[in-house]
Ligand binder design. Structure first.
Ligand SMILES: Cc1ncc(COP(=O)(O)O)c(C=O)c1O
Length: 391
């Protein structure tokens, strides 16, 4: 590692991170993404992507992108308010407003940008933003940037949340939660949150990143599955997970969308996503709506793998979904297990602090609807072998 004076600080930090088992490095996938990918010329069974419904290389999605960019070109050539709103953007937003049964829907370049836009634009100085401790970094960082007072609560116990709501004399109260927590694979008690938001007249924002496409009768997410979708004030639906595209939809009332269009700097001052992204997302939405079997297969695979991992006494935390963590605690151990799995033909990455709290380093396994029973068995067997060799 180069060590000139000017870069010494960074080099030293990286060296320390490596010694602590916390260094992050990019890996390059040299194939289309399915249940198997190619890394360094070798095939690996993939268990760490968010391609839950196997849409990343779906033929209908690819054809739709090709047709659309032939007609419109690729680039949108400016921000949404200049030339960056083209027919595919409008169609996509209409499709998602219908899907979520909301007045309107607005496309953002990513889930990160959507959460940042919402929480820096809507809450004002005399408002309060209440977020779950397990919420994604994009929500935490955006809440910190907001002008409003910001507090965390723990979704396992709503006592603190209710106390904060009851004692608040803020102009507006915002509650922000994920529906399926991205690192633990557990679910938020959305019904209880709806009760609380109604009781205290709060604005409830639900980030359905890991549920949209995977849960609900039509695939609209956990709130849909629980029959309370119409009670959510703002639905955030990042499209880089089950939809396997990129960008994010914010489904909300027209007045909220109009306010974001006028006031949300992360929406206003960035180039609009390509029409290719819009075409891919609209095509993926069609699959989500019309092929519920993919959701059923995903759930079946997830339940099967979780049971197998629990049977070999691995700690899967409170996971109840297609995201299955196996907690080791020590980051070096998590990295070591990940390497040993790689050598046995699997790609599953270690998730370490600060992404997860200290002492909870883990492998985050994510299931795809196309995983076969043989692939699920093979992963459980490999983990069992690694565990046996260690103990
Ligand atoms: C819950 C949640 N919200 C938002 C995001 C950010 O979405 P994007 O990757 O589109 O920026 C993620 C990404 O991992 C996420 O898990």
């Amino acid at each position: 590692m180069e060590k000139t004076e000017k870069y010494k600080f960074f080099a030293d930090k990286l060296t320390q991170m490596e010694a602590d088992g916390l260094l992050r490095q990019l890996i390059c996938i040299d194939s289309a993404q399915g249940t198997v990918v190619t890394v360094n010329g070798c095939e690996k069974i993939l268990f760490c992507s968010n391609n839950y419904l196997n849409l990343a290389s779906d033929k209908a999605v690819i054809n739709s992108v090709t047709d659309t960019i032939k007609k419109y070109g690729f680039g949108s050539a400016a921000s949404r308010l200049i030339t960056g709103t083209m027919t595919p953007h409008k169609q996509l937003e209409e499709n998602f407003a219908t899907f979520f049964k909301t007045e309107t829907a607005l496309l953002f370049p990513s889930g990160w940008v959507a959460n940042e836009a919402i929480l820096t634009a809507l809450p004002q100085k005399n408002d309060i933003v209440l977020i779950d401790k397990l919420d994604h970094a994009s929500i935490i960082d955006a809440a910190k940037q907001s002008q409003a007072t910001f507090r965390t609560y723990h979704g396992d116990d709503f006592t603190k949340l209710e106390r904060l709501l009851a004692s608040s004399d803020h102009d507006r109260k915002f509650i922000v939660t994920e529906s399926v927590f991205s690192m633990d694979g557990n679910t938020a008690d959305i019904k209880r949150l709806v009760e609380l938001k109604n009781k205290y007249d709060a604005i409830l924002i639900v980030d359905e990143a890991h549920a949209v496409g995977c849960m609900g009768n039509t695939g609209a997410g956990l709130a849909d599955a629980l029959g309370v979708m119409d009670q959510i004030d703002i639905i955030v639906a990042p499209l880089g997970k089950a939809f396997a595209v990129s960008g994010a939809i914010v489904a909300c009332k027209q007045v909220v969308a109009d306010y974001l269009i006028n006031k949300a700097r992360p929406f206003i001052y960035t180039t609009s996503p390509s029409v290719g992204v819009c075409a891919a997302a609209s095509a993926a939405l069609e699959v989500v709506k019309t092929q519920p079997l993919r959701r059923q297969r995903l759930k079946k695979n997830a339940d099967y793998l979780r049971k197998k991992l629990q049977a070999i006494a691995l700690d899967t935390l409170n996971s109840s979904t297609h995201i299955i963590p196996v907690c080791f605690g020590d980051p070096k151990e998590a990295v070591d297990v990940s390497k040993q799995l790689f050598d046995r033909g699997f790609l599953v990455l270690a998730i370490r602090p600060p992404t997860v709290p200290q002492g909870t380093a883990r492998l985050r396994m994510s299931v795809q609807c196309d995983h076969t029973i043989e692939q699920l068995d093979a992963l459980a067997d490999a983990l069992s072998e690694v565990k046996y060799l260690k103990s």
